[in-house]
Design a protein around this ligand. Structure first.
Ligand SMILES: Nc1ncnc2c1ncn2[C@@H]1O[C@H](COP(=O)(O)OP(=O)(O)OP(=O)(O)O)[C@@H](O)[C@H]1O
Ligand SMILES: [Mg+2]
Length: 341
């Protein structure tokens, strides 16, 4: 099932305009509400929905994994992390509604031009500060890369925005449930090639360092597994672009060390090497955003508090168990979010 333009969702509240992107597990659409405001709506892709070989229990499990992206986004509220608006079921699948970021992604942007250090560091600083929020919430993003960083056209709202929390997990959780999309050539650190590799903030730091390498050189760095197996050393970015400062050159090489223990262990430590400021305090904008995610969680609770109702509503597809599971997750999230605010 792929929805066509004009398809109405959530009892006419949204109308599909077009497809924005398709990954290993999901499809993301541009949709508009009745006031003509744009949203991004993400749902599991048709490979899951049409699968005749996937038992319904497996499908339910994938739905649960999929919908967790919304909870993680709601928890990690930050001006440089995409905002989640609400979730709802449609045609038997859950949909995640997010703010629509009109703009381009860093991968397309860097194809037009290699960036000056100052501009590249501005985006890295914004995304690094967003990652501090993710890490402080106990998650790793695990999919940092130029395709998952969007640049808003409207600069007054700040520029770089982190999206795609589909692989975000608590630090020590194994990824055996991941179907695809785990390995991103050039940006994925060694420890994500194995299910047992130890992970920490340094896992996302490798990927952000590799993203900075691309922004400043125009070249995707070699993949970590090839570097490891074939003993390929990383060409210093300054050799490709002599305008890169010594400080930033060294910080990229450190962030991209194959061994996690040789990398900076926190974004703050890495930023200090580059003399980049860390924003740990919530800005007034973050506070606003975090109020909005409370209301998102409130909406989720409204959905879940009628656990039986929701379960009954969607029973034909995934049963009341999901209602109960969601109820528990919503309650935990809600409690935590309230205690933070
Ligand atoms: N909030 C948004 N605003 C604008 N465009 C978006 C938004 N979210 C996603 N997109 C577009 O949709 C594409 C796919 O979204 P996303 O990166 O979340 O999933 P994915 O890469 O398809 O991965 P997966 O299936 O593994 O979750 C993005 O690359 C981007 O172009
Ligand atoms: Mg993506």
């Amino acid at each position: 099932m792929v929805w066509s333009p004009g398809k109405q969702l959530n009892r006419g509240r949204y109308r599909i305009e077009r497809e924005l992107g398709r990954g290993g597990n999901s499809i993301t659409y541009l949709a508009k509400n009745k006031q003509d405001e744009a949203f991004a709506i993400k749902t599991l892709n048709d490979e899951f929905i049409n699968s005749e070989i996937l038992p319904s229990s497996e499908f339910n499990r994938w739905q649960e994994i999929f919908i967790q992206e919304a909870f993680k986004l709601a928890k990690c509220s930050h001006p440089h992390i995409v905002r989640v608006e609400e979730i709802f079921p449609e045609d038997g699948v859950w949909c995640i509604v997010m703010e629509y970021i009109a703009g381009t992604n860093l991968a397309s942007y860097v194809q037009q031009q290699t960036l000056l250090e100052q501009e590249a560091l501005q985006y890295i600083q914004q995304i690094g500060n967003a990652l501090i929020t993710v890490h402080n919430n106990g998650f790793l993003h695990r999919k940092i890369g130029p395709e998952n960083i969007l640049l808003r056209h409207n600069q007054s709202e700040g520029k770089a925005v982190l999206i795609d929390f589909s692989l975000a997990r608590p630090f020590d959780q194994d990824l055996t449930e991941t179907r695809s999309g785990e390995i991103a050539d050039g940006f994925t650190p060694m420890e994500l090639y194995s299910h047992t590799g130890k992970r920490g903030p340094y896992t996302d730091i490798y990927a952000l360092g590799a993203t900075l390498y691309l922004l400043l050189t125009g070249e995707t760095p070699p993949n970590a597994q090839d570097r490891y197996l074939n003993d390929i050393s990383l060409q210093p970015p300054q050799e490709i672009n002599p305008q890169i400062s010594d400080r930033v050159n060294d910080a990229i090489i450190l962030a991209m060390a194959l061994e996690p223990e040789h990398r900076p262990q926190s974004i703050k430590e890495w930023f200090e090497l580059m003399k980049l400021p860390v924003t740990t305090e919530e800005t007034s904008k973050t506070k606003k955003a975090s109020r909005s995610s409370i209301s998102v969680i409130d909406q989720m609770i409204v959905l879940a508090s009628g656990g039986a109702f929701v379960g009954g509503l969607i029973a034909q597809f995934y049963g009341a168990v999901i209602g109960a599971v969601f109820g528990a997750i919503f309650a935990v999230l809600y409690k935590k979010n309230r205690s933070h605010n």
